[in-house]
Design a protein around this ligand. Structure first.
Ligand SMILES: NC(=O)c1ccc[n+]([C@@H]2O[C@H](COP(=O)([O-])OP(=O)(O)OC[C@H]3O[C@@H](n4cnc5c(N)ncnc54)[C@H](OP(=O)(O)O)[C@@H]3O)[C@@H](O)[C@H]2O)c1
Length: 239
């Protein structure tokens, strides 16, 4: 599959890096600002990785050059399938995707919506399933997906940063604390994905009666961690 990535910023580089890692033999061309974007005509799949306000200008530069039967996958937040379709010829497929930066480590989470063509979604999944998990959602939920998994790593990094500070306060070096925290979060996430149990049941398994975990949990509840997280994600979805 010949892939062209238009937009060589954070998410464009993360996707390119992930694909090169997962499929070293796939031809990928990355086009940044100033490059001849009409070269997107080489792509069977063209990934549009520019900011929402740059989408229209970027598509004006290459949409008419696209091969019939090729596919444009836009990762731009808030840019709807209707916005994309208005600028892309009818003979070219359109998929809206919301990945996140861990695609570079092949543990990304990508949500998709498309107009109606299952073969377009299948091609999009063929690319992004190399880079982690994928889910199809209704287009009305794509802004919510942006807040959940697109922005999500930032929320996790805030928690990781504070938790590492706690380790440093307790006497660990930064490197040791970072490993303790990151591997613990990875393990917790793996348990959630592997288990049919609700996270509350997984939490109970860690919480010995009158033990130290419940002391920590009480502090989190005093800090309103649940309502803070819910409100943070909703604020991002409505921004
Ligand atoms: N960052 C994330 O975690 C993430 C996750 C999921 C989705 N997204 C979405 O991905 C999109 C890009 O985000 P980003 O964080 O990667 O932004 P970014 O770092 O600013 O990258 C966008 C890149 O596209 C370039 N560009 C702009 N117009 C172009 C054109 N006509 N042709 C070729 N390149 C062009 C920009 O160049 P200049 O710098 O010269 O303008 C910039 O290098 C956004 O729509 C965002 O909603 C981002």
């Amino acid at each position: 599959m010949k892939i062209v990535i238009v937009g060589n910023g954070r998410i464009g580089r993360a996707i390119a890096g992930g694909i090169r890692r997962a499929r070293p033999s796939w031809p990928i061309r990355t086009l940044g600002r100033g490059d001849d974007c009409a070269a997107a005509r080489e792509g069977e799949v063209v990934l549009l990785c520019v900011k929402p306000q740059q989408v229209r200008g970027a598509l004006e530069g290459f949409a008419s050059a696209l091969q019939p039967g090729s596919l444009v996958i836009s990762v731009a937040a808030r840019t709807t399938l209707a916005d994309l379709r208005a600028a892309i010829p009818a003979c070219v497929g359109v998929v809206r995707a919301m990945p996140n930066l861990p695609v570079s480590e092949l543990v990304g989470m990508t949500a998709f919506a498309c107009e109606s063509e299952p073969k377009d979604l299948e091609r999009a999944e063929a690319v992004f399933s190399l880079l982690g998990r994928t889910l199809r959602v209704e287009e009305r939920l794509m802004d919510a997906a942006t807040a959940m998994n697109g922005c999500g790593p930032a929320y996790a990094y805030v928690i990781v940063e504070a938790w590492i500070d706690a380790g440093i306060k307790l006497g660990f070096s930064y490197e040791t604390s970072r490993t303790l925290v990151a591997q613990t979060l990875l393990g917790a996430a793996a348990s959630v994905l592997a288990s049919k149990e609700h996270p509350a049941a997984l939490k109970t398994a860690v919480t010995t009666p009158a033990g130290c975990t419940i002391e920590g949990l009480l502090q989190l509840e005093d800090g309103r961690i649940r309502s803070t997280i819910v409100r943070a994600v909703i604020a991002a979805a409505e921004a």
